[in-house]
Design a protein around this ligand. Structure first.
Ligand code: BGC
Length: 526
């Protein structure tokens, strides 16, 4: 191993360098790509609970809701409308498809152009939605928003993980999730305000204001430098070295540079990332690219994020109070994210996953029981205020658990585990699985609530048990490990190690290790 390499306690080596203002600023700007995703998640739930919006576009839902109110009929079923759920979830299908196209743009043209494209498309979608006069315009606009989200979610996490120094990668990457949560909160606050607009056009303001976060990321992306990894991969080696010096704030970047070059050489051998990703040696990463986003959605978080106002209305809150409760969960979501920002590179990813999972499970059991005890299976009940407040409290604790575990880590971990040659393709799989299950849950939640009632909370709770065990056994710790050396982590894992042959381990500075086919255990995270 070359001299000057520090082996830190998290495993992996620490390249020389510090957190420069340049890299911090670049990461903050790139992370704003999360705003558009968050804004969208937060806005649709509130808008679809505004009566003028329902009356204009979904009159049958509106009538059903009014009847349910009059007759005190089954609370679990009053919002069940396929067209309404189609509105919410059309975006996720569009994002799913778009992320595959984004993969090529991100790899061939660099990460920043994907971010820019995402921002611009989102901007057009916002304009269409704000001006919508019929359901078609509404859904078309949402499809464009989805394309924007697909591009941003594909490129931003990769950008952040590549720019960040290894030992701060968790913190900087979680900037993306922080922006998602800020986007959700802003959307909730805006809905709270626009719902009060007399004249019934408040929903237009909510939808049109999506243009603001879109403009931020589109303009921001124009000023962003590309990552050294992507520059090398596209043949700009001198620019890459200059950029690496600049982002690390030191001239002593040879070590890291040689790892990046090695990764890029490896990457050049791969002309079909999509076919390659299926090779046996990438099985651990591929499994994670599918399992992590799948599990993230099966926590059931988006039931709260999309339907909080609807859910709180179901609990018997008035319109205003239910929008307010959504603001409260939104605030908890933002603040709890800071817990992971501060701890992720110290405690590591696994501890957060395990703690967060346990907390979510406990809350799901309590919320399911509280709702079940009052509404039972008939769904008809008057809930006392204090009781409802108690339910909201546990929902907040559940949101907090998610906000420092599966929320940020669901984007961080997949973005840091792939070798360069399949990174872009792997991230597209991550985004599309995430979007697919966001879509399925958005579509299925209201009909499921109608059929399974409070049991639904236990259903998601059972999934949390499965995913927590999965992490315990199959997810190795990745904190502090340089991104182009991640293969060492998989190689030394009790289960995944068998999928990777010694000759598959190519790390730039480890020439002598390669020669004798050994992996240096000192550099592998415990
Ligand atoms: C998830 C979203 C979720 C959000 C909540 C994100 O990480 O991907 O589906 O709505 O967190 O903060």
């Amino acid at each position: 191993m070359a001299g000057g390499v520090v082996v830190n306690n998290g495993g992996g080596k620490d390249y020389p360098g510090k957190l420069t203002m340049f890299v911090l600023f670049a990461c903050i700007v790139a992370a704003t790509g999360g705003l558009i995703f968050g804004y969208d998640i937060g806005i649709s739930g509130g808008v679809t609970s505004m009566n003028p919006f329902l009356m204009k576009f979904f009159p049958s839902v509106y009538r059903k809701e009014q009847e349910a109110e009059k007759n005190q009929s089954n609370q679990y079923c009053k919002f069940d409308s396929p067209l309404l759920t189609m509105f919410t979830s059309s975006l996720y299908l569009a994002a799913l498809v778009a992320s595959f196209f984004a993969s090529t743009v991100t790899r061939v043209s660099g990460r920043k152009w994907s971010m820019f494209g995402g921002g611009v498309t989102f901007l057009i979608g916002a304009a269409l939605n704000g001006a919508a006069n019929n359901v078609l315009m509404l859904i078309l606009g949402r499809v464009l928003l989805g394309v924007g989200v697909g591009f941003a979610n594909q490129s931003v996490p990769l950008y952040l993980s590549e720019m960040a120094p290894a030992r701060l990668r968790g913190m900087l990457n979680i900037g993306f999730q922080l922006m998602i949560t800020i986007g959700i909160l802003c959307a909730n606050l805006i809905n709270y305000g626009t719902a009060k607009i007399k004249g019934g056009w408040g929903w237009r303001v909510s939808l049109a204001l999506a243009a603001v976060p879109a403009a931020i990321i589109a303009v921001g992306a124009l000023f962003l430098p590309d990552t050294p990894n992507s520059l090398i991969d596209r043949g700009h080696t001198d620019a890459a070295k200059r950029m690496l010096r600049r982002v690390r704030g030191t001239d002593d970047v040879e070590e890291e540079y040689s790892d990046l070059v090695a990764a890029s050489e490896e990457s050049k051998l791969v002309s079909h990332p999509w076919k390659n990703i299926l090779q046996r040696r990438y099985r651990p990463q591929l499994t994670m690219a599918v399992a992590i986003p799948l599990f993230q959605q099966l926590t059931g978080i988006n039931v709260i994020m999309f339907y909080a106002p609807v859910l709180f209305k179901t609990l018997g809150f008035a319109d205003d109070a239910s929008l307010m409760s959504a603001v409260i969960t939104g605030l908890v979501n933002v603040f709890a994210t800071f817990v992971s920002i501060v701890t992720v590179d110290r405690l590591g990813r696994r501890k957060l996953f395990l703690q967060g999972g346990t907390q979510m499970l406990a809350c799901q059991i309590v919320v399911g029981s509280l709702i079940g005890a009052k509404f039972g299976f008939t769904g008809v009940a008057e809930i006392p205020k204090a009781y409802a407040a108690f339910v909201v409290l546990f929902i907040c604790a559940y949101v907090a658990g998610f906000a420092w575990s599966w929320g940020p880590l669901g984007w961080l971990v997949p973005s840091e585990i792939f070798p360069l040659e399949i990174r872009s393709a792997g991230q597209s799989i991550n985004v599309s699985v995430n979007m697919l299950f966001t879509f399925i849950i958005a579509q299925a939640f209201l009909p499921m609530l109608c059929r399974f009632k409070f049991i639904l909370f236990f259903f998601f709770g059972a999934w949390v048990v499965v995913m927590t065990l999965f992490v315990a056994f199959f997810l190795p710790e990745t904190k502090n490990v340089p991104i182009e050396e991640m293969v060492l982590v998989w190689k030394s894992h009790w289960y995944w190690g068998r999928f990777i042959r010694d000759e598959d381990v190519h790390v730039g500075a480890d020439v002598e290790m390669r020669a004798n086919g050994k992996v240096d255990p000192a550099k592998v995270a415990k």
